[in-house]
Write a protein that binds this ligand. Structure first.
Ligand SMILES: O=C(O)c1cc(=O)[nH]c(=O)n1[C@@H]1O[C@H](COP(=O)(O)O)[C@@H](O)[C@H]1O
Length: 271
């Protein structure tokens, strides 16, 4: 099943627009996982098991694995997800961008090595840098209006009378999405821009990080980004779920589940 169909099915099956981010920071992992050869794998799979019925996608951020030489554990996590929860899309967050020949290798890394359903990419090297991804029948999620404050430095520059991020949205909607496999990244920290992007791209899915640890407003995000069907979004939260402070009697996985469940509820209240 291609990424968009799988995402549509996961939205419906789990009644969820929540994407659970897998950003395993060794310094924040519970003590039993630190300094062990497969601690990242055991932590991430426990989080997956605790939240798989609440999520529409999982999104590992590759830097947290690569920085520690833990790509092998990411391969095993990806295989675990595909095997145990084949109906939940796996988004590899690697934000690559390079010339075509190199992009071809990055696409193989995402789709072949990790078996990802979709990958995040940077648009700034232009069409030939994203074409190698398009050749696979998988998802391509293009950075548009990122959640960080510095995103405004370039994405907000006015070009031909409108901000650059809107040109990216238009380009992806009009040209790059000819096979219907694209999505865009728009930060929850900028609901007005989510609204503007939604107006440009119709029902195209939006990956929306920035709630939770970055403080984005869930209600404003959902109101700005929902489609007529009340879907259209993968609203990502990583640290707020992974490192939820356990309450009395809870362990880290139960705390992660509680926060994921609360987050899904708030999202659904405004769909
Ligand atoms: O592409 C992304 O996922 C992404 C884009 C963006 O604009 N902002 C953003 O925070 N992200 C990623 O989303 C996750 C956010 O994590 P939390 O702030 O802990 O929820 C991290 O993995 C970021 O790398």
């Amino acid at each position: 099943m291609n990424f968009i169909n799988k995402l549509n099915a996961a939205w419906a099956a789990n009644d969820s627009l929540l994407c659970v981010g897998l950003d395993p920071d060794m310094e924040r992992l519970p003590a039993q996982f630190r300094g062990t050869p497969d601690g990242i794998y055991r932590f991430c799979t426990a989080i997956i098991d605790a939240t798989a019925d609440l999520a529409c996608a999982f999104k590992p951020q590759i830097a947290y694995f690569a920085a520690l030489g833990a790509e092998g554990q990411l391969e095993r996590i990806s295989a675990y997800l595909r095997d145990k929860y084949p109906h939940i899309p796996l988004i590899l967050d690697s934000k690559r961008g390079d010339i075509g020949a190199t992009a071809k290798q990055y696409a193989r890394e995402a789709y072949d090595r990790y078996g990802a359903d979709a990958v995040t990419v940077s648009p700034y090297m232009g069409s030939d840098s994203v074409e190698p991804y398009m050749e696979w029948n998988r998802g391509v999620i293009v950075l548009c209006r990122t959640s960080n404050p510095g995103g405004s430095d370039l994405q907000f520059l006015e070009v031909d009378g409108k901000p650059l991020y809107q040109h990216v949205a238009q380009l992806v909607a009009d040209k790059w999405n000819s096979n219907g496999q694209c999505a865009l990244v728009v930060g929850a920290t900028f609901p007005e821009e989510i609204h503007a992007v939604r107006a440009i791209v119709g029902d195209m899915p939006l990956l929306i990080p920035g709630i939770g640890a970055q403080g984005g407003d869930i209600e404003a995000t959902v109101r700005a980004g929902r489609t007529d069907a009340g879907t259209g979004m993968m609203i990502n939260s990583s640290r707020a779920i992974l490192y939820a402070a356990p309450r009395a009697g809870e362990d880290f996985a139960a705390a992660a589940r509680r926060v994921a469940e609360e987050t899904r509820l708030v999202i659904n209240a405004h769909r």
